[in-house]
Write a protein that binds this ligand. Structure first.
Ligand code: SF4
Length: 458
């Protein structure tokens, strides 16, 4: 399966790629299938069953509203958060939903979405089943989907037959793991970013790839800047105060007063990462990188490169392509889903991607880039996912700042070496996969362990 840089960096809305964007995409796919079968006009009712982690943390991750928007025909990339909130209010008040934007049925979020807290489906902890019923209650169409992390969705058929996922245009330089990526780059005398670029050009022109990368960076940058201006308390009931705007004001004041501080870059990185993840927690527009919960790491490190390392457009392209290549290795050989891997599969992967991307943008050789990516993950191994009340707020928001700072450190360490190192990136990815498999379910996006149960809520 080829994983494109545009699969990993997708524009959508918060707070979660697996619990918000994935279920929305699944519901939109389901209702499109009903339409394509010519059954939409006969539908009188739709029901949704949420299983496993989707049920356990879905309320905090807005899974119910995401599914409702998907049934209305919305896709994450098109969502205007204000218009979405208005539509959900109307559905709640009127008890009606216009499926695919064209056929109104009775729909009550509290009645028609069922939460199966104690039941999981075998393929993946994030599962949902949708049913379209006629006026007599007869089944017109049923679909089961899995939200497998980072906004990726697979159907029951695709889950049972991985070959169904392997379709797509042939790419010039396929690679299944980091060793093959380094080998192909060495053989062709290309950088990792160039290998990724050539593969991307199998489906779109180079100009389209480059303008797509600019579009991603603009969306990331807009998200940072918006987050830096917002104040107040985040939704969800935990009373978490937004901090990014205050941090920005303090740092600008220090800069105006020309107060010398050798670590001011680090404070800015913290502010940028918090800004993105506060936006995410508020249901704003973000870019998966590779997930929503970890959406602040790559933008904060890329903004650091831009502002503190004399960044260029070419350098940003190298950064994103390299980070995409690294992210694709985790997607292929482990998982981006916290419900399978814990937070190592979100913040850990984001840190690894950002470390490799920064090393590449700063002129690192392929071996140094691979080393940076490996360090970025090695020191996130075992990181659990235990969000308080299932909200992507504590520890998630701050964790992005930690991940960004760690990524920069990993990149600097690697760039000061010659690329030779003891643990390969492939070995650390496999270690992450095994650690995730061994990790108790309480620590895998269920809010049944860790901070989620050890911090009393006021
Ligand atoms: S703890 Fe990590 S993996 Fe879990 S929701 Fe928060 S950011 Fe995502």
């Amino acid at each position: 399966m080829n994983v494109s840089v545009f699969d990993l960096f997708k524009i959508g809305i918060g707070p979660s790629s697996s619990h918000t964007m994935g279920p929305m995409t699944a519901a939109a796919r389901f209702i499109r299938e009903v339409q394509e079968r010519g059954q939409l006009a006969q539908v009188a009712r739709v029901t949704v069953d949420l299983y496993g982690s989707l049920a356990l943390t879905g309320k905090g991750h807005a899974t119910d509203t995401a599914v409702t928007l998907g049934l209305a025909g919305w896709l994450p990339a098109q969502v205007d958060p204000d218009a979405a909130a208005k539509l959900i209010d109307e559905v709640r008040q009127q008890g009606k939903l216009t499926l695919a934007g064209s056929h109104a049925v009775e729909f009550r979020i509290d009645r028609d979405i069922h939460w199966h807290y104690k039941e999981s489906l075998p393929y993946h902890p994030n599962a949902l089943t949708l049913r379209a019923l006629d006026a007599q209650g007869g089944s017109l169409h049923v679909g089961t989907f899995y939200s497998v992390g980072g906004g990726f969705v697979v159907t029951e058929t695709e889950a049972q037959s991985p070959a169904a996922l392997a379709t797509g245009p042939a790419i010039p330089f396929p690679f299944a793991n980091a060793a093959e990526l380094l080998e192909v780059a060495e053989r062709e005398k290309l950088s990792i970013a160039d290998v990724m670029l050539r593969n991307e050009c199998a489906v779109r022109s180079e100009q389209e790839v480059r303008s797509g990368l600019d579009h991603i960076w603009n969306a990331m940058s807009t998200c940072i800047d918006r987050g830096l201006r917002q104040e107040g308390v985040l939704p969800g009931g935990l009373s978490v105060k937004r901090r990014a705007a205050n941090l920005r004001a303090t740092l600008e004041e220090r800069e105006r007063n020309k107060k010398a501080d050798p670590l001011i870059a680090m404070d800015w990185i913290n502010a940028w990462a918090l800004a993105v993840n506060e936006e995410n927690a508020a249901g704003g527009k973000v870019v998966t990188a590779p997930t929503n919960g970890a959406a602040g790491v790559v933008p904060a490190v890329l903004r650091y490169y831009d502002r503190f390392c004399d960044g260029t457009q070419q350098g940003r392209h190298i950064f994103l392509l390299t980070a995409g290549a690294i992210g694709s290795l985790y997607k292929r050989n482990a998982s981006l889903s916290a419900a399978e891997m814990g937070c190592q599969g979100e913040i850990g992967v984001a840190c690894s991607m950002a470390a490799g991307g920064l090393a590449a943008a700063q002129g690192g050789a392929n071996g140094q880039i691979e080393n940076a990516a490996e360090i970025g993950m090695e020191h996130n191994l075992g990181l659990t996912c235990d969000p308080i009340r299932g909200l992507v707020q504590i520890p998630c928001i701050e964790r992005n700042a930690m991940g960004a700072v760690k990524a920069i450190d990993a990149s600097r360490l690697a760039l000061m070496g010659d690329g030779t190192h003891h643990v390969t990136l492939d070995r650390v990815i496999e270690t992450m996969r095994r650690t995730g498999a061994d990790m108790h379910d309480s620590y895998k996006e269920t809010s049944l362990g860790g901070l989620a149960v050890n911090v009393p809520e006021c």
